[in-house]
Design a protein around this ligand. Structure first.
Ligand code: ADP
Ligand code: MG
Length: 482
């Protein structure tokens, strides 16, 4: 935290509140479906509508997902937590209150660790609490009035709150990406930001180094990493400008407008006291036994950080490779399958972080939807490793694999005539010819010019039409010149 870079002499302070929609099939307190995109008001039952006489019933699956997050982030799982009513009036909230957790949340403490460039960073969590989502106002298709769609009412959310630990936009975005990776990795949230399954509120303030925390403004509902970066950058510049101009920052809730790239105050910020929180009399305390926690733990997948550590230990990969390969579960699985078959983890890592990622990203493909299998990649790497083809020829084979179905690596090598020359007699003949034809380079080399050697290697490669094995060319040339 002490290495924070300053902007015009100001230190930036950021804390995040993230709403992760939990991937349960039904709502947090009712049996209505949570599926996205249904016709308005077809998935809101009597409980979601808060009709008189209905009672909420806690969805076990939502609790289990909260426990999973807590275990993944080293948090404390509260043995007993309390649901509270957060009272406010809004047309998309027919009950007049949102069921949330206030004084005692289910998940307490914990941290998110990630790499920011080369630097290890840790953001501490305050808490994560369970709550229900509200409905939505619909403006499209209405003139002079608004529609209300209550399908989203009662959708389970986990609100994940950090300490104000972040010191730059880059760090904030890296935190959000890491948290996104974790919730999708453990499968508690589908992570679809466009559909609102993972939305972040960024609390931003600035201060002179060493000064107490500045007044924050909260940017609501950032639903893409790009907007997040733009919004926070704009907000920082705006706040510094205000202060430099002699204006005090006023605590406020602001919205980011992607069209103008600006943040705009929506309302002055409410205090907790405004919401008149009180324990919900309809719901008993949420009690979580140690047994239950252990059962949830037993069903959890290997976490990305532990998997990365294992990649370093078991495959001898650099930490950078291990971290990159564990960006997603599908990428990690693709790597392991490839490495196991080809037996060369570093080459597998290079190919997957390089060529494979580049093409997958260009097409926005996940590693579970690639037009190449780990088996094919492993076979290709094997052929480079055993000297059958050069690394460059490997790229051509890769291209062919990518663009066809069920292609066979050896058949492609054969059909394209990509085999390296491994016949040392033929290579020696070429080297002899090249030396005879380039007496000047030979002389220069003998006079101590290394460049001349490279020129000769190039000539031999050319004469072999790229099929000579560069390492072998080196050896033969040195032997003949030496
Ligand atoms: P509220 O519940 O009213 O939104 P909290 O105190 O719970 O307020 O804080 C909400 C978020 O704002 C947290 O993520 C916290 O880290 C962050 N935060 C609090 N103070 C500041 C500040 N001065 N600058 C930036 N972020 C802050
Ligand atoms: Mg808040």
């Amino acid at each position: 935290m002490s290495h924070a870079k300053l902007i015009q002499g100001y230190e930036v302070v950021i804390g995040f509140e993230t709403h992760a929609q939990l991937s349960t099939a039904s709502k947090i307190f009712s049996r209505a479906s949570t599926a996205f995109g249904a016709e308005p008001n077809t998935q809101a039952c009597a409980v979601d509508l808060a009709l008189p006489g209905t009672l909420p019933v806690m969805n076990r699956g939502a609790v289990e997902r909260a426990i999973q997050l807590g275990l993944a982030l080293g948090s404390t799982i509260a043995p007993t937590s309390i649901f509270a009513r957060k009272n406010y009036f809004y047309p998309d909230l027919p009950k007049g209150y949102q069921i949330s957790q206030f004084e005692i949340p289910v998940v307490q403490g914990g941290e998110v660790g990630f790499l920011l460039g080369e630097e290890k960073r840790t953001v501490r969590l305050v808490r994560a609490h369970l709550e229900e989502d509200a409905g939505k106002s619909v403006h499209e298709g209405f003139i002079g009035q608004s529609g209300i769609d209550l399908n989203r009412a009662g959708t389970p959310l986990l609100e994940i709150v950090t300490e104000p630990d972040m010191r730059s936009t880059e760090e904030a975005v890296a935190y959000a990406k890491e948290l996104h990776k974790i919730v999708t990795w453990i499968g508690i949230c589908d992570g679809n930001m466009q559909e609102g399954s993972f939305r972040c509120d960024a609390n931003v303030s600035v201060r002179k180094p060493g000064a107490p925390l500045g007044i924050r403004r909260e940017i609501k509902n950032l639903n893409s990493f790009k907007f997040m970066q733009q919004a926070i950058d704009f907000e920082i510049r705006w706040q510094i400008e205000q202060i430099e101009d002699g204006h005090a920052i006023e605590q406020a809730t602001v919205l980011f407008d992607p069209d103008t790239g600006e943040t705009r105050a929506m309302r002055t910020k409410e205090d907790a006291a405004d919401y008149r929180y009180f324990p919900d009399p309809d719901l008993p305390p949420l009690v979580i036994s140690a047994d239950w926690i252990e059962r949830v733990r037993a069903g959890m997948p290997e976490l990305p950080r532990l998997m990365a550590a294992r990649f370093v230990a078991d495959y001898g990969l650099p930490e950078y490779d291990a971290t990159t390969l564990t960006q997603s579960k599908t990428m990690a699985a693709f790597f392991e399958a490839t490495a196991r078959v080809c037996g060369n983890a570093k080459l597998a890592s290079n190919w997957i972080m390089g060529e494979v990622s580049r093409r997958a990203n260009a097409l926005d493909l996940g590693f579970d939807a690639l037009p190449i299998t780990s088996g094919q990649l492993a076979q290709l790497i094997g052929r480079i490793g055993d000297g059958t083809i050069s690394n460059n020829a490997g790229k051509q084979v890769f291209e062919a694999l990518w663009n066809s179905e069920n292609a066979d690596v050896d058949a492609i090598i054969e059909a394209k005539g990509l085999k390296q020359m491994n016949d040392s007699g033929a290579l020696e003949k070429i080297v002899d010819d090249v030396l005879a034809a380039n007496p000047k380079s030979v002389e220069e080399f003998r006079a101590g010019k290394d460049k001349a050697f490279n020129a000769l290697v190039g000539q031999v490669m050319k004469a072999s039409r790229g099929k000579a094995n560069p390492a072998q060319v080196n050896d033969v040339l040195r032997a003949k010149l030496g």
